[in-house]
Design a binder for this molecule. Structure first.
Ligand code: GLV
Length: 324
């Protein structure tokens, strides 16, 4: 009987698929991310054939050593920056992710953040709850319209394209973008304009939304210099990975009104926030929940389970990560 280790409680839908195959499924009962030491200890407990891991797990040489019989690490995320892909490849271990099923959900959350910034929803909510509202005021919380404004997309993959489509069709925004690859569909369908550098997007956009994977080349893509290239009136939204922004530099930029505001769902050192970030009025922060709808998390769990089943039954993992 195949043995599977799941590093944290996930939606039951995925667990059921594995159990229906007759596999022994062991789920961590900690109720929090495992430390590296705890992960290694847990993986050594049984000769696991597959591991269902999370983006909070550090899947490195030690984890592969500890689960030396595992054929696949199925990561419950579209991002795989927590996995040492080189090491996996060298060992012939398959790594899979959960692309596609979360595209629209993440794009909707991104848009929720964008609209909340433009309409000053969170500031207004805080103000009212603090008992500061003394009546209608023609100058209270003046926001900014979206129609006719320019949305700059950094990273025009599935999620970036979905955000751009909502912006163009739903809100009449103009789309400019930068990616290492040109996205012709986005250009044809949405009239999006490709810019040859990220800097060109930064200087022209009223809203910037980041959708790049975390790679050495995208680490601190938004640093102090690039934040200064944005318009003073522009907003930054990040639902990709925290380290893509130099968070200390973002705090400085927000404090000194280098940009108008930011909304971020991901942080450089999760679960910790950069000092000063949570005290700022011109930032909206959500706890890495962009893909967190009931339906999408079920689908992610099912997709991770499906990848494990395919591999253990001798077929190809449908969502094996390319570098493998
Ligand atoms: C979430 O952040 C994911 O990568 O799926």
């Amino acid at each position: 009987m195949y043995k599977i280790y799941v590093t944290r409680k996930i939606p039951e839908a995925g667990i059921l698929m594995l159990k229906e195959k007759g596999y022994e499924v062991n789920v961590s009962t900690k109720g929090a991310p495992l430390t590296k030491g705890e992960l290694v200890t847990a993986l050594k407990e049984k000769p696991y054939d597959a591991v269902l891991s999370l983006l909070t797990d550090s899947i490195d040489k030690d984890a592969f050593d500890a689960a030396s019989s595992a054929k696949i690490f199925a990561n419950l995320a579209v991002g795989v920056n927590n996995v040492d892909l080189k090491e996996a490849k060298a060992r012939g271990v398959i790594v899979s992710s959960t692309p596609g099923v979360l595209t629209n959900t993440v794009a909707e959350h991104t848009f929720a953040l964008l609209i909340s910034l433009a309409c000053r929803i969170v500031e207004g909510d805080r103000f009212l709850r603090a008992g500061k509202y003394i009546g209608w005021d023609p100058l209270l919380f003046l926001g900014t319209d979206l129609q006719g404004k320019t949305l700059g997309i950094l990273g025009a993959g599935r999620i970036g394209e979905s955000v751009a489509s909502k912006a163009a069709f739903g809100f009449g925004m103009k789309i400019i973008y930068y990616d290492v690859r040109q996205n012709e569909t986005m250009e044809k369908k949405l009239g999006a304009t490709f810019k040859a550098t990220a800097e060109e997007v930064l200087k022209d956009a009223d809203f910037i939304s980041i959708h790049v994977p975390l790679l050495p080349s995208t680490h601190h893509l938004m640093n102090a210099d690039r934040l200064r290239m944005m318009k003073k009136t522009a907003y930054l939204i990040n639902t990709s990975r925290g380290p893509v922004i130099d968070e200390a530099a973002l705090v400085d930029a927000l404090k000194n009104n280098v940009i108008a505001g930011a909304a971020i769902d991901v942080f450089e050192n999760e679960p910790n926030l950069a000092p000063g970030l949570a005290e700022l009025e011109n930032v909206i922060i959500t706890p890495h929940i962009a893909s967190a709808t009931v339906k999408t998390r079920d689908k992610m769990a099912e997709l991770a389970a499906a990848n494990i089943i395919e591999v253990l039954e001798g077929r190809k993992a449908p969502n094996a990560v390319k570098e493998n």
